[in-house]
Design a protein around this ligand. Structure first.
Ligand code: AMP
Ligand code: MG
Length: 275
C-alpha cells in the first residue's frame, strides 16, 4: 500500500477525472478503520515533532464538489492532532477588503507559521474554479492564476512550508445521495444551500476546471492527490496514510535540549534530598 504514489498526480501529466474511479477501495471498512486509528496515533507523534522542531510547517489544501468530504477530513485530521499547533482557514466568497487585494493576499495571511499544521478548506484554487466556471473574472485574468499559484507555492516551499493538496473525488450520483441524506437528517439541514444545486448543474464545467487545476498545478514541491472519496472511510484512510508517509519522509528530529541535562539531573536529585 503506497497511496502517496498511487493517488499522486505526476507533475506535467494530463488528468482525466473520468478515468479515475471515485468508488475505488482496496480494503474493507473494518480493516480501514483499524488502520486509520493507527495512522492517527502516528500523526499525533509526527505533529508533535513538527511542533518541537519549530523549523517547518505543513499546509493541506482541500478541494472538492459540495458534499465531497472536506469537513469530514478536517474532523478526522484535526481529531488526530493536538489543536495547539493546528489551524483551519475556510475560503468563502471574498469580502470587499479581500477583493481589493490580489487573490493570494487572503491566503498568504493564513499560511501556517513554522511548527504549525494549516488546513485550507477550499483555497486560492477557487480562483481557477468557481471564478472560472461563473466567469467572475475575465479569462485573461483567471488563466494567469495557474502560473501565479505555482510561483506562490514554490516560494512558500522554499521558505519551509510543506504543501500537500487533496482533491476529494466523488461521483455525481454519490453527491445526490448525500444531498438526500442531508435532507433526511434535520441536524444536517443547516449545511444545505441553494448553491449546492446550482453548482451541481455545472458539474461538467467544474470537472474540466478541476482537470486543468490538477494538470497544471501538481508540482514536486506542492503535489496534488486525487482521492477516491465515494467511500468516506476509504477517503479518510487514504488521506491519513499519505499524511503519515509524507511526514515520515521529512525525517524530523526532536531538537537538542536547550539546557545541560546532567546539571538539571543533579538539581533534581538535590531537590529530592531537600524535600
Ligand atoms: P462553503 O464552503 O460551503 O462555506 O461555501 C463557500 C462558497 O464560497 C463556495 O460556494 C465557494 O465557491 C465560494 N468561494 C470561495 N472562494 C471564492 C472566490 N474566490 N470567489 C467566489 N466565490 C468563492
Ligand atoms: Mg457548501
Amino acid at each position: 500500500m503506497n497511496y502517496s504514489r498511487q493517488f499522486l498526480i505526476k507533475p506535467g501529466s494530463k488528468v482525466r477525472l473520468r478515468d479515475i474511479d471515485p468508488d475505488f477501495k482496496d480494503k474493507n471498512k473494518k480493516v480501514a478503520l483499524k488502520l486509520i486509528e493507527l495512522n492517527n496515533l502516528r500523526l499525533r507523534e509526527l505533529q508533535e515533532l513538527l511542533y518541537a522542531e519549530h523549523k517547518r510547517s505543513l499546509l493541506l489544501c482541500l478541494q472538492a464538489m459540495d458534499t465531497g468530504g472536506k469537513d469530514g477530513i478536517i474532523r478526522h485530521a484535526l481529531g488526530a492532532m493536538n489543536p495547539q499547533g493546528c489551524r483551519v482557514a475556510s475560503f468563502r466568497k471574498p469580502t470587499s477588503l479581500e477583493r481589493d487585494h490580489d487573490f493570494l493576499w487572503r491566503a498568504h495571511r493564513d499560511v501556517p507559521a513554522k511548527s504549525e499544521v494549516g488546513i485550507f478548506n477550499r483555497s486560492y484554487y477557487e480562483d481557477v474554479l468557481v471564478v472560472r466556471v461563473h466567469e467572475l473574472a475575465p479569462k485573461a485574468a483567471w488563466s494567469k492564476h495557474y502560473d501565479q499559484i505555482n510561483d506562490f507555492e514554490q516560494s512558500l516551499s522554499e521558505n519551509g512550508t510543506h504543501i500537500l493538496k487533496f482533491f476529494l473525488h466523488i461521483s455525481k450520483d454519490e453527491q445526490l445521495k448525500r444531498f438526500k441524506e442531508r435532507l433526511d437528517d434535520p441536524s444536517k439541514h443547516w449545511k444545505i444551500s441553494e448553491s449546492d444545486y446550482t453548482e451541481r448543474k455545472r458539474w461538467d464545467e467544474y470537472m474540466t476546471a478541476f482537470e486543468d487545476m490538477l494538470s497544471r498545478c501538481s508540482t514536486k514541491h506542492a503535489p496534488w492527490f486525487v482521492i477516491p472519496a465515494n467511500h468516506k472511510w476509504f477517503r479518510d484512510l487514504a488521506v491519513s496514510q499519505i499524511m503519515v508517509e509524507y511526514l515520515e519522509g521529512m525525517h524530523m528530529k526532536s531538537p537538542p535540549p536547550s539546557v545541560d541535562i546532567n546539571k538539571i539531573r543533579k538539581q533534581y536529585h538535590q531537590a529530592k534530598k531537600d524535600q
